[in-house]
Design a protein around this ligand. Structure first.
Ligand SMILES: [Zn+2]
Length: 458
């Protein structure tokens, strides 16, 4: 009897257990279905059914992914850079072996000093690579680049090597692109041209920077002056990313203090502007933080002691980080102004950026506080201040003051020294508003705010 009762109890317990399990399973199934439905709904929100196999229309509203932002960065992005980045003290010695597989006759684009190219030319000759040298004495114009293309064609060059500051690197990049994309360069130029995409990959291009500023060794554009239109414009294409960026900080050691200061402040600007741009993304953020930290601790040191190799290496990395960031996010109002100012006046790019940086930072912080006090950009400006000052509690304006003090210590000259006057204000502001970098600024600055910045920079 007991045995029968016990079996019955076991049976009832098993039955209850099975009901309980099936109940749990049903709940789990319900949960799974509900979760799946939510996921499907979320996916459907992002990609409406017809859009699952669609061609996006440029006129359609931005998708949820495109507009989603956390802490001010975009969650739809691309990251592209030079095929190889080779960094280190003394890496120039590897140039022969690196260049040999890419070509046998190199078109070498350098700055005004041919002497600076001597080690490069010797190393290439030792590898049996023939060279034709082309000098870029100032910031490159469209005509100068066309002359370079003609000479490179005439000499049957199959490889381009740029060695110098941003001007030489950009000129080399444009020459490599136009060697394989014949026709009128206006077909491909932004703003003043037709802005058509390049159709063919550039000739193999190796970029070797000798300043720490522009990061042009890893960018996909070449800034060219158009003297007739008095503006600087970009030739831009993913095809223009160099095949090799060879960064040897030793090459920057003999830069004079004034050039160290202005190029270094350009590097800092190019790490700071993408960080507070409306196209920042998690990858560029990491690079910007790294670059700002290194520039903050080493820019003054390189200015005071050019032979400080540790500080020089820091600045070469800051410049590289800036180039990587600006090529994959956007810049801001400093570079928005730099395009027309550099086209209209004989002021070096680095000096223009250095002079404008603290003024644009101050204007952006003030405008954000007045018009968009909950913007994540304000928190980003506070982070910038914390990185620059090393004070974890620093607020946005402390960063502005830190950059102001740095520019004063580095003796950055006013723009009036280069012939900019009050009478030029409205023309510069009108052109700056159209510049592509201005579109990346933390927020839209008014004409009055832009004019005020320029007024203070004279
Ligand atoms: Zn710049």
């Amino acid at each position: 009897m007991c045995a029968i009762l016990s079996k019955r109890i076991d049976f009832l317990a098993a039955f209850a257990l099975s009901i309980s399990i099936s109940h749990c399973l049903m709940n789990a199934a319900k949960l799974a279905v509900s979760y799946r439905l939510q996921s499907v709904q979320k996916v459907a929100q992002i990609y409406p059914p017809p859009a699952l196999c669609y061609t996006p229309s440029p006129k359609s509203k931005p998708s949820l992914l495109e507009t989603q932002r956390h802490k001010g960065y975009v969650m739809k992005f691309e990251f592209a850079t030079a095929t190889r980045i080779i960094f280190g003290e003394g890496v120039l010695r590897e140039i022969g072996a690196l260049a040999a597989p890419l070509g046998r006759r190199a078109f070498v684009v350098g700055g005004s000093s041919r002497q600076r190219l001597t080690p490069l030319l010797t190393l290439l000759a030792a590898q049996g690579i023939e060279t034709v040298v082309f000098s870029v004495p100032g910031e490159p114009t469209i005509d100068l680049v066309l002359e370079g293309v003609q000479q490179a064609h005439a000499a049957n060059c199959d490889l381009v090597i740029g060695m110098g500051g941003g001007s030489a690197l950009d000129a080399g990049k444009a020459i490599a692109a136009l060697l394989t994309n014949p026709g009128d360069p206006l077909d491909y130029l932004e703003v003043i041209g037709r802005g058509q995409p390049l159709l063919t990959p550039s000739a193999p291009y190796i970029a070797i920077p000798t300043t720490a500023g522009t990061g042009a060794e890893v960018t996909r554009n070449a800034v060219l002056a158009a003297p007739t239109q008095q503006v600087k414009v970009s030739l831009r294409s993913p095809f223009m990313l160099p095949r090799i960026a060879l960064i040897d900080p030793v090459l920057t050691i003999d830069l004079p203090p004034a050039i160290t200061a202005s190029t270094g402040l350009d590097a800092l600007t190019q790490c700071l502007e993408p960080y507070v741009s409306n196209q920042a993304n998690p990858l560029t953020d990491a690079l910007c933080r790294e670059g700002m930290q290194r520039a903050a601790r080493s820019l003054r040191r390189t200015f005071e002691d050019g032979g400080d190799t540790t500080a020089r290496a820091d600045m070469a990395i800051a410049s590289l980080c800036g180039g990587l960031a600006l090529a994959n996010a956007k810049l801001g109002a400093v570079h928005g102004f730099a395009a027309p100012l550099g086209g209209m006046f004989p002021a070096p790019h680095g000096v223009i950026c250095a002079r404008l940086l603290p003024l644009v930072m101050a204007a952006n912080v003030r405008a954000l506080q007045e018009r968009s006090p909950t913007s994540p950009m304000l928190a980003r400006y506070a982070e910038v201040a914390q990185i620059l000052t090393g004070d974890a509690a620093a607020e946005a304006n402390a960063g502005v003051r830190w950059v102001q003090a740095l520019c004063a210590a580095l003796a950055i000259p006013p723009l009036a020294n280069f012939g900019v006057t009050e009478a030029d204000m409205s023309a510069v502001v009108a052109k700056a508003q159209k510049a592509s970098s201005m579109q990346g600024n933390s927020l839209v600055l008014t004409s009055e705010e832009l004019t005020q910045i320029l007024h203070q920079a004279l």
